[in-house]
Design a protein around this ligand. Structure first.
Ligand code: MG
Length: 391
């Protein structure tokens, strides 16, 4: 099949022309930032996601490897035992023991907690209930993972062991039963992957209830379950603020439950906490947009004529700064004079590029529809017969 023109080629691919432009990293492309979004759609000024080398999965025989940016809390060694202290007497090392690469609860020794404190996180914990089954219901292989020391994701041997559902393994204890019971037999390793978001309050008002997502052995048990205050034993907890950070606690419930491969990754703040991804308050969006615009203006000042013009135009999409708008008028007028004086196709690429940019600015009302550059560019293109629509 013959490719008659670029347009025909794009039609064959069933792609609009704009999709191809995306690969060029064009600034004047997706819907611009607005009242509650600091970023345009497909914004190339948005930071790249940080690189993380993934870890490896665990087998029953061997714990996996944490991802490269994880904070390791226990890796099977005595050395990592020093990340933990006794909850009641933090000056004392924990009486829990390291045995065969596992951190084992010593009944009566009390809860343990990390020296480190943090808030929102991804947490990975592997645990194993005693192979020799003793007790039933809440008395069998009971321990617990307490996020910020305040809300318990239950650890319990529920393999052929019914109990009250909001106290099951993988429950937010006293708040929400797990959606499934995918536990393997006691003595084997159970894997918890937890995403924790703390409650967010402002001026005494709850902005976010706090949420827990839990996967047990890769099976979803909690899906952003609201914390309702964090839960507890017998009492119904009520929505409340949490501190900024707290330790991770592991529970001594009288059973020698073992842990291995414990690590976390702190999570960036949500929009509700001052993060800039997602929908923001108009005030937060305006602040971030001004910051992005200032960065673009600074970069533009160091660029050569055309790129300086484009950089300043781009900055106006984030912040209608009067001085930058004035500079755009001046620079575009100079540039247009040079374009008009150019011969043949010498400046064609540049002229077509600027047409796209000015059209974008006009379409999104960042520059007036009767901006002289727009009409000037159109006249050059018509005069030189470059209008693709006439092909
Ligand atoms: Mg417990």
């Amino acid at each position: 099949m013959l490719m008659k023109s670029r347009t025909t080629f794009l039609l064959l691919l069933n792609l609009p022309a704009a999709c191809v432009m995306a690969n060029t990293g064009s600034a004047f492309y997706g819907d611009p930032p607005d009242e509650t979004h600091a970023w345009s759609i497909h914004d190339r000024n948005r930071p790249q996601p940080p690189l993380v080398t993934p870890g490896t999965f665990s087998s029953q025989e061997h714990p996996g490897k944490p991802p490269s940016d994880a904070v390791v809390l226990f890796d099977g060694t005595e050395a990592t035992l020093s990340n933990w202290v006794a909850d009641k007497n933090p000056a004392e090392p924990t009486k829990w023991i390291v045995k065969d690469g596992a951190l084992q609860c010593v009944p009566g020794a009390g809860y343990i907690k990390t020296k480190a404190e943090w808030g929102d996180c991804q947490l990975h914990v592997e645990w194993s209930a005693p192979a020799k089954v003793a007790g039933n219901s809440q008395g069998r292989g009971n321990s617990g993972v307490f996020l910020m020391g305040l809300t318990e994701v239950q650890v319990l041997d529920n393999f052929n062991n019914p109990t009250y559902p909001d106290g099951f393994a993988g429950s937010v204890y006293g708040v929400s039963p797990p959606m499934a019971n995918p536990l393997v037999a006691p003595g084997q390793w159970q894997v918890y992957d937890i995403i924790f978001r703390r409650p967010v309050f402002k001026d005494g008002k709850e902005l976010e209830p706090g949420r827990l997502t839990v996967l047990i052995n890769g099976v979803i048990a909690q899906d952003a379950t609201p914390l309702e205050g964090g839960g507890g034993h017998m009492g119904r907890s009520k929505s409340r603020p949490f501190p900024e950070k707290g330790p991770l606690k592991l529970q001594d419930h009288g059973n020698p439950v073992r842990y291995r491969n414990v690590w976390y990754r702190p999570l960036p703040p949500r929009a509700v906490e001052g993060g800039t991804d997602g929908q923001l308050s108009p005030e937060a969006a305006a602040t971030k947009k001004k910051e992005i615009a200032a960065g673009l203006r600074e970069k533009a000042e160091k660029a050569a004529s055309k790129d300086k013009l484009l950089g300043l135009m781009e900055s106006l999409c984030y912040d209608q700064d009067a001085a930058a708008a004035e500079q755009v008028n001046k620079l575009s007028s100079d540039w247009l004079a040079a374009a008009k004086a150019s011969k043949g196709e010498g400046m064609k690429g540049e002229i077509m590029q600027l047409r796209g940019a000015f059209n974008y600015m006009n379409n999104h009302k960042f520059l007036p529809a009767d901006h002289p550059a727009k009409g000037g560019i159109a006249a050059i293109i018509t005069e030189r017969g470059w209008d693709e629509k006439k092909e």
